[in-house]
Ligand binder design. Structure first.
Ligand code: DGY
Length: 331
């Protein structure tokens, strides 16, 4: 009996133990036990020897890197929902299949997105800091102290009504917000009815009408700086913006300017243009209570990461068995 040679799978970051154990059983897996982000030369070396590369959102798999891949590399099975870190056109040119891990992060991301929608107007982070930064100095309740703004009855404008946008809308509706959305296509009438959602063909018009903007579209060349200086200027000075999608969808410099000049009331950001660097001006705004900043953790649940691992494994196994992997990303 001949045993089939296990594919050589190079995984760029530490994954949950259960996922790594399974990867070791199934593949000739090269793991990253201490989770040190891989350098570009290390990635180049991996591309020359591995059959499958498993990158995450922290790896830049650009055309220059893909061009250096050896002929044995046939699959990039990303441990991520988003795939803007991979040049999928360059991969297609080299005949390399790319897969991602959709669906399993939707509810976790929507939960955190909703938490930011609540946290910013209600000054949650600022309030929590009062008790921990200066213990014992709280003078007690006062009728006019730490007042935020009511969420119930306000309008949320969702930019990108895909899976995550829809999951955010469901939560927002339950909190008494009316749902407005802008999307490339109108969603199906059943979903629109369920959410009692208003579709805005014009993003500009929606931005001018809503109290909270929730950014939920993918990062693509078309959505880069979709929330530009001009568009941010359309928002009401009492409005808030929340982003759990990708930093590049908002022009961060323009956003900071609007926040500092009081042309937008506040922001809740889980993603940044130059991650992991965060503009110190945003940190200052957070200390002033105008923004809530999170370190790209909207999808960070143990369950979600295990589900992502399962998807990566299914994509690899299906591909190795000669079939089309379920989560193939097409250019
Ligand atoms: C993804 O997988 O795209 C997420 O942003 C990671 O949390």
């Amino acid at each position: 009996m001949t045993t089939k040679k296990k594919p050589k799978v190079y995984i760029t970051r530490k994954l949950p133990d259960a996922v790594e154990t399974r990867m070791r059983e199934l593949f000739d897996a090269e793991l990253n036990i201490d989770d040190t982000p891989r350098t570009q030369p290390e990635l180049v070396a991996a591309m020359k020897t591995a059959d499958v590369l498993v990158p995450t959102v922290t790896d830049r798999i650009d055309a220059a890197l893909i061009e250096q891949a050896g002929p044995q590399l046939k699959l990039i099975a990303s441990f991520s929902n988003g795939f803007d870190h991979i040049d999928i056109d360059a991969a297609a040119r080299r005949g390399i299949t790319v897969t991602n891990t959709p669906n399993v992060l939707t509810e976790d991301t929507a939960d955190m997105n909703m938490a930011l929608i609540l946290a910013v107007p209600r000054r949650l982070a600022e309030g929590a800091r009062i008790l921990t930064d200066k213990p014992g100095e709280w003078a007690g309740w006062s009728p006019t102290w730490m007042l935020g703004h009511r969420i119930w009855g306000k309008r949320v404008g969702i930019v990108g009504m895909g899976r995550i946008g829809t999951a955010v809308a469901r939560r927002a509706k339950a909190f008494g917000l009316s749902i407005h959305y802008h999307n490339r296509h109108r969603v199906n009438p059943v979903t629109e009815d369920e959410l009692e959602a208003t579709y805005w063909d014009s993003l500009d018009q929606m931005l001018a009408r809503v109290d909270i903007v929730s950014v939920n579209c993918p990062s693509t060349p078309a959505t880069f700086h979709l929330l530009s200086a001009r568009r941010l200027a359309l928002m009401q000075p009492t409005s808030y913006i929340v982003n759990t999608a990708r930093g590049g969808v908002i022009d961060e410099v323009a956003l900071i300017k609007c926040l500092r000049e009081g042309r937008i009331a506040g922001a809740g950001l889980d993603v940044f243009e130059n991650e992991p660097a965060v503009d110190p001006k945003l940190v200052k705004l957070a200390n002033e209570g105008k923004v809530v900043l999170l370190p790209h953790m909207s999808s960070a649940t143990i369950e979600g990461r295990i589900d992502m691992g399962d998807k990566v494994i299914i994509n690899i196994r299906t591909f190795i068995d000669g079939h089309r992997p379920p989560n193939r990303v097409l250019p």
